[in-house]
Design a protein around this ligand. Structure first.
Ligand code: AMP
Length: 196
């Protein structure tokens, strides 16, 4: 099985080739076609299995027709439990999108929220961050009406850290038509309940 067979477009194939990826991992083989076919997904995958590319590559493909309008609203949000993981996901997203004009940014607590608000006005397609800071920005009027993708990474860890209320509140406010991609290292009752 090759990345070409998964139906990925040239700018993405070029980027992953430059990163030295030769074959998709199991989670990539399973998740990429489903996301491209507009399904929601709930996957159990540990760190190290290639799960970031499993959600980031098809999202980038779906968002490829972005405009250059600086007033455009964000189209995908990726929630992760920690600042470190958010930074890692952002690095991966930047690497995968290097031959595209899609923009991404990181939103974590402990940084000046007004600076983040200004940065969001420069035309950002994908944001990656922790639930608390994303909710704060939403409460301050962040435009979420164009969100097409909602990714919850390491859901089990986020629930253990007490982010359940934030995740549910964010989800409730998203536009009706969006795809949800939920990733968790374990398949616990708490995660199953959240997925429902
Ligand atoms: P992740 O599980 O997303 O944290 O990925 C773990 C590591 O595997 C990262 O360093 C990725 O760059 C790398 N990786 C992801 N997909 C592939 C692939 N298909 N082939 C080789 N390495 C990969």
């Amino acid at each position: 099985m090759s990345f070409e067979k998964l139906g990925l477009i040239k700018p993405l194939l070029g980027a992953i080739k430059e990163l030295g990826y030769e074959h998709p991992t199991l989670i990539q083989k399973r998740a990429i076609p489903l996301v491209l076919a507009k399904s929601d997904i709930f996957a159990t995958a540990q760190t190290g299995t290639g799960k970031t590319a499993a959600f980031a590559l098809p999202i980038l493909q779906k968002l490829r027709n972005t405009t250059a309008d600086e007033n455009r609203a964000i189209r995908a949000v990726i929630l992760s439990p920690t600042r470190e993981l958010s930074i890692q996901i952002h690095e991966d997203v930047k690497n995968y999108s290097k031959h595209m004009s899609i923009t991404s940014a990181i939103l974590v607590g402990g940084k000046d929220i007004e600076a983040q608000q200004r940065m969001l006005k420069t035309g950002i397609d994908i944001v990656i961050g922790t639930p608390g800071r994303f909710m704060e920005l939403m409460d301050k009027g962040l435009d979420i009406k164009n969100i097409e993708f909602f990714v919850v990474d390491e859901a089990d860890r986020m629930l253990d850290m007490g982010f359940s209320k934030e995740i549910r509140r964010i989800h409730l406010q998203l536009p009706k038509r969006h795809q949800t991609l939920l990733f968790s290292a374990t398949y616990s009752d708490k995660v199953r309940k959240l997925s429902k």
